[in-house]
Ligand binder design. Sequence first.
Ligand SMILES: C[S@@+](CC[C@H](N)C(=O)[O-])C[C@H]1O[C@@H](n2cnc3c(N)ncnc32)[C@H](O)[C@@H]1O
Length: 203
Amino acid sequence: MIHGLATDLDQLTHALERALTQGIKPKKQCYPYSPFSNGQFVRIVDEAMAIYKNIADRKSHQRPRFLDAGCGIGSKVRLAASRGFHSDGVEILKKYCDIARKVCDRVCDSSSIIHSDLREFNGFGNYDVIYTYSPMLSSASNKAWQMRMAEQAKERALFLNCTAMPTLPYIHQIEYYIAIKLSEPDQKLIDRIKKLLHETQAP
Ligand SMILES: C[S@@+](CC[C@H](N)C(=O)[O-])C[C@H]1O[C@@H](n2cnc3c(N)ncnc32)[C@H](O)[C@@H]1O
């Protein structure tokens, strides 16, 4: 019963995402959402929060800061905010930014949707967790902004990189990995990340 309800809500979410963006030309066929179910995404951000709490500077009492790099219409920004993050998004298409601001309105008290190109964005260093889902189709372009991000990112930032295989939208063909910027390797943390990857593999 609960499982059926979750599936219905996921289908409703995807239908709303399609309806909200009908008639908007995506950038190079890059659609503004990902095929994750709400439950899968929540598991990923919850695990990121748990890892963050393990490695965070204990003196910091601020909410951890989450960025969706290439946030589309903001559905993941909203979900991350609902799980306790201060959550922002960066998006290149202004029309998607306008929708994302409405999607996040009232739920995310202080979220910003930043209209910017990731290849020129200078704010990566403000975040503890940076999530992305294939914003650009070419792996060379993705690599270019990710190198930039890695240079700016603060130490101990988590990077959740979710990559669609060419055969989208078959969800079992999504690959994702998590990377952490650490000066010293930490075996306990590495084991935890391996567990995360294992547990969040899509069926
Ligand atoms: C596959 S969607 C992912 C949306 C959202 N992150 C999610 O997981 O549901 C990728 C988004 O990245 C945006 N994008 C593409 N190139 C970009 C760039 N250079 N800078 C910022 N956003 C970009 C696209 O317009 C699209 O909305």
